[in-house]
Design a protein around this ligand. Sequence first.
Ligand code: RIB
Length: 305
Amino acid sequence: MSRPVVVVGSVNLDRSLYVEHLPAPGETVLAHDRHVCVGGKGANQGVQAATSGARVIFIGAVGRDEHAKFARRALAEAGVTAVLEECDEPTGQASITVDDAGENCIVVDSGANAAISEAAAVDALREVSHEGPLVLVCQGESPAAIVDAVAHFSVQGGHRFVLNLAPVIDVNVATLRTSDPLIVNESEAQSLLARFEVPGAASLTLALHAALGVPVVVTRGAQGADVVERDGEFMHVPAVTLTGSVVDSTGAGDALVGGTAAALSAGQVLVDAVQAGVGAAASVLGRRGASPHQHAPTGRGEATR
Ligand code: RIB
């Protein structure tokens, strides 16, 4: 029987502007389109895991504001059960710029995501863990203490801990060593490796595996993903050939993580799960925004199209 996927992570309101090219420092460019939807790496991963067929519970924090209502609605529409702590901080927001090649720049205002309390997160985990072993998923948009607490909870309860350290934050080494797998992109892998001394590994994935001794996935965009299993076996998962052009790469990495987590929860081995994740990532590249659930407040200045 498949395990529930429990994502402990961020949820944001994403405002994306579409431009011909990303502005250089000091440059002003004019947008030719806009899009507003619910995002946040945690929420995106939860939504994708549900889309890929998993039963998903999302644990996070929102403000006492309109954006929180949109987040709740979007998660519910995606079939994700949301356990959201209400904080005094506003719901997280992301300001995203996407160029005509689909590349993006993202600035996140964490808001409530940074204010989530460890006690609330762990209480919520205790509630849902009655159902048996879980696949627990965290990202680097949560405070390091929360990620460390989820890893600790995972070890104690015999759950599977999937860590997408995006962005790289200063979690405990014990947390990194609990990951099964650790999923990072190439620049995150490089910045994480700066914490360790690994002589002469043939790839970033092998170097992280040598440093941590856990299964590692390094995502490589159009090159697919590299996987190193716990026993050190290296495998490359090629990217899926796209049928259309890339409209917006925002959330593609999250789709990979969510798709992988869903496949792991259904009992697939890591390399097959990553193959499913790579397919999920390809499936979102032709749409605008990080999630299919487009929401906007009714107030002025928040129109969607
Ligand atoms: O990975 C994409 C996500 O990063 C966006 O949805 C944005 O909210 C930021 O968290």
